[in-house]
Write a protein that binds this ligand. Structure first.
Ligand SMILES: C[S@@+](CC[C@H](N)C(=O)[O-])C[C@H]1O[C@@H](n2cnc3c(N)ncnc32)[C@H](O)[C@@H]1O
Length: 207
């Protein structure tokens, strides 16, 4: 069960509503924040084995998986995941699609060699709980690779704190998540960070 079922239900409704337009709405952001470059970096790190993608959304990452990866693509929103299935339609897909909540993943302990998520922990209602679940389903020695925007340092961070209640109400994602701290609090060790845009959009590798 998620920490707040009401917030979770709200998130499902919001993402289901956005599913049709999501790719078009986020195209400018992909370019402005260098997300395409970040995705390429993430997938340069993925090898063979069992990979869980949390919050796979409309399946933007699916074309990037390497041969030999067995992918389980998950999301809280059936609407978002339906778009991913549709986009994969007709072509052979290495992915299995599962609707499940990051806060309560429907998998056994240690089931995956790697877990990836791109632009997800800004949206998960209780990100710490989600990252604890990620840790639970990761095998010993496995790796977590995230592409996330984080709360910036200094003045900008304080500004993002002020803007977050409005921004998250309008768009859904939070703009001031302390994902590095949350990874550590979830018991994971951050082994690499790579700045994709300024110091607040990063690829993070943790074990
Ligand atoms: C900003 S979108 C990112 C989608 C995709 N990863 C990408 O890079 O385009 C955030 C995604 O996280 C999903 N999400 C939000 N809360 C979630 C949760 N608790 N469990 C799983 N997925 C969640 C949303 O449904 C949405 O598809």
């Amino acid at each position: 069960m998620s920490t707040s079922p009401e917030l979770t239900r709200k998130a499902v409704r919001r993402w289901n509503r956005q599913a049709r337009l999501y790719d078009r709405l986020t195209a400018p952001m992909e370019r402005m924040l260098g997300l395409a470059r970040g995705r390429a970096w993430v997938f340069g790190r993925i090898g063979k084995g069992r990979v869980l993608e949390v919050g796979a959304g409309t399946g933007k990452n699916l074309p990037h998986y390497p041969e030999g990866a067995t992918v389980v693509a998950t999301d809280l929103s059936p609407g978002m995941l339906a778009r991913a299935v549709e986009k994969a339609g007709g072509r052979p897909s290495r992915a299995r699609f599962v609707v499940t909540d990051a806060e309560d993943l429907a998998f056994k302990d240690g089931a995956f060699d790697a877990v990836i998520a791109t632009c997800v922990f800004c949206s998960v209602p209780d990100p710490l709980r989600g990252l604890k679940e990620v840790r639970r389903v990761l095998r010993d020695g496995g790796q977590v690779i995230l592409l996330e925007h984080l709360r910036p340092r200094g003045f900008l961070g304080r500004l993002f704190d002020l803007l977050d209640p409005v921004a998250s109400r309008l768009m859904g994602p939070h703009i001031n998540r302390r994902t590095l701290d949350n990874l550590r609090a979830a018991g994971l060790v951050v082994v690499e960070e790579w700045n994709v845009f300024s110091h607040w959009v990063k690829v993070i590798v943790a074990r």
